[in-house]
Design a protein around this ligand. Sequence first.
Ligand code: OGA
Ligand code: ZN
Length: 367
Amino acid sequence: MTTVTLQADQRLVTLDAGNGPAHFPLIWLRDNAPEGFHPQTEERLFDLTSVPLDLSAEGARIEGDTLVIDWDGANSSRFDIATLMKVRPGSRRSDPAHIAPVTWRSDLGAGGIPRVSANAVLSDDAALQGWLASTRCYGISIVEGLADTTEAGMDVARRIGFLRETNFGVTFEVISKPNPNNLAYTPVALPLHTDLTNQEVPPGFQFLHCLANEATGGGSLFSDGYAIAEDLRQEDPDAFTLLSEVSIPFRFHDDSCDIRGRKHVITLNDESEVTEFCFNAHLADVLDLAPEVMVPYYAAYRRVMEMTRDPKYLVTLKLKAGEMVVFDNRRALHGRQAFDPSTGRRHLHGCYVDRGEFDSRLRLLAR
Ligand code: OGA
Ligand code: ZN
């Protein structure tokens, strides 16, 4: 039995279904009344400015499974109580894409990275859902058994959603090439980094499909930025605060673009949980912080750079042709060892899918 109380003076309706009272401000009820949404698109049509903030109600009652509010004047609103309880103020709406991260360090090992076969994710929605969930959880996975074509990795990525186009194209070839505009397109070692930190929003998930890896060297490195951030929070809270509150400039420029953005190395949500890790020493622009912040910032930034070099966080593997590593570029850091192009071919084919697309697919698969 659900009971309802209208506290007219407080402009509040309280529902109690036996598991603790749920409080609904009248202005919230008015803003979320079902008749204020388009019946087909379910987008809100109601205009909040059409009612006063301190609007009042004449009555609130329960009819079966429905809460009825009689507003001042002729109209009333009807709410399904079960639906209302799921979005009660103060509780986050449940979200199938909200998958708590499991942080990892070197003890994960290459063998601990979740693996799935390309055929499974291409042909089976349940396999796709399971793979997306573990990739969200660990921030990294490996797809194996891809066909030997540059399309094969994109086909898997497109099972999730639109590819994110950048100044490097819809997809990019990671090969050593003449006149490189990016260190990735040379044979040099790439220390752990996240890609495109200079973008307004760096790409979410990155896909690197290995077509050939026959040269000497060229192993891949990975670490979990969330683990580094959490350890820094314990070890040096002031450094952690600086890296999460002070933004620094990043820049990439070549003949055809000059793309600049400011980022925090560590991004937190309202609950102080780490939701992003952004680190790329090659793309960091000249730091422009106030002199009194500069040296403490360098101390924090240098410490986090040292942590990215610490074997404690490192997982290494050498990708084989037909494997594709997938990782959350706003969480996991990636890098590679130098390779010798005279000893064999190395060819990765890359693309990105943003977090929004990824999470949308997770929600659709959960329907
Ligand atoms: C990149 C990159 C890693 C590799 O293209 O952004 O980091 O293994 N490549 O070549
Ligand atoms: Zn990279």
